[in-house]
Design a protein around this ligand. Structure first.
Ligand code: ASP
Length: 287
């Protein structure tokens, strides 16, 4: 019998049209199931985050991996990051073209000396690591996602008491080539520290970076707990006129989430709690 574990995933802070809502619930639940399959038998939080994010990247419902939005040049450029709260190791890639699962490249970066590789250098690293490469055009789905914020993310807590968090995104539609958003930057789009917990954001990347939003949340979590910390930092986005959402797990794996976007697709599960999906915080009364 293993100790407690928990996992929470999100599919982006935005408005989800009615005809796409079922896909968002289904996709987030499938990602939670992939992470749960690792955590339940005693697997590691970092591996659960990678597994969950791969599912979301492969699903054209979400703006990450396959189905990402294109930049001003008509090309998909992806950012992804993974943080291990046990060691504070971070692996991140940005402005990466032609890789099916950017989170897999971030995972290979986790134990490398550099934290972040971008563009051509990140692609060469993916090649060396044997990651699944493709024509950048193959990442554009026939029915591209809507233009809203749509990063995917996951935070997991394993039975050994370790927290990990991750992000993956195609960024914002139509941005300048080479633009890097918050998702690849620790302290902005994500953070994890076993003693405090972990967080993953979606939203207007430039605003999240300017606020260093993940860092602010980590400062609050110790005194407020996961959910109250999430609810406290999201309103700060008003200062930069932006939208965002975040998923959080506290140091004991307790979940929280908040958003100021209309919707924020979230799914969560824990050793004592069956998987559930929500399209907004108002659907969830018992976090
Ligand atoms: N935060 C992401 C970025 O700015 C966008 C998103 O959340 O969809 O790249």
């Amino acid at each position: 019998m293993h100790e407690a574990w928990s996992i929470i995933v999100h599919g982006g802070a935005k408005t989800i049209p009615p005809e796409r809502q079922a896909d968002h619930r289904r996709g987030c639940l499938a990602a939670v199931a992939a992470g749960q399959a690792i955590l339940e038998p005693g697997g590691r939080a970092v591996d659960a985050v990678i597994a969950a994010i791969r599912v979301l990247e492969d699903d054209a419902t979400f703006n990450a991996g396959y189905g990402s939005v294109v930049n001003a040049d008509g090309v998909v450029e992806c950012d992804a990051a993974l943080m291990d709260g046990a060691s504070l190791d971070v692996g991140a890639v940005a402005a990466l073209q032609g890789v099916r699962n950017p989170i897999a490249v971030a995972a290979h970066m986790l134990r490398e000396p550099p934290v972040l590789l971008v563009g051509e250098g990140a692609w060469r690293f993916a090649l060396e690591m044997g990651c699944d490469l493709c024509d950048p055009a193959a990442l554009v789905a026939p029915e591209p996602v809507d233009a809203g914020c749509d990063t995917v993310g996951c935070v997991a807590y394993d039975s050994g008491g370790n927290v990990a968090s991750g992000t993956s995104t195609g960024g914002l539609k139509g941005v300048r080539a080479g633009r890097v958003g918050d998702s690849a930057l620790p302290g902005c789009g994500l953070y994890a520290d076993n003693g405090l917990g972990g967080v993953s954001f979606s939203g207007d990347g430039e605003g999240i970076i300017r606020l260093a939003l993940a860092a602010r949340l980590m400062r609050e979590i110790e005194t407020l707990g996961a959910d109250a910390a999430a609810r406290k930092v999201i309103p700060l986005m008003e200062r930069v006129n932006g939208e965002a959402g975040c998923i959080v797990l506290g140091a004991g794996g307790e979940p929280g989430f908040a958003h100021n976007s209309h919707h924020f697709a979230v799914a969560l599960a824990a050793s004592q709690r069956p998987a559930q999906a929500f399209l907004s915080r108002s659907e969830c009364s018992d976090v």
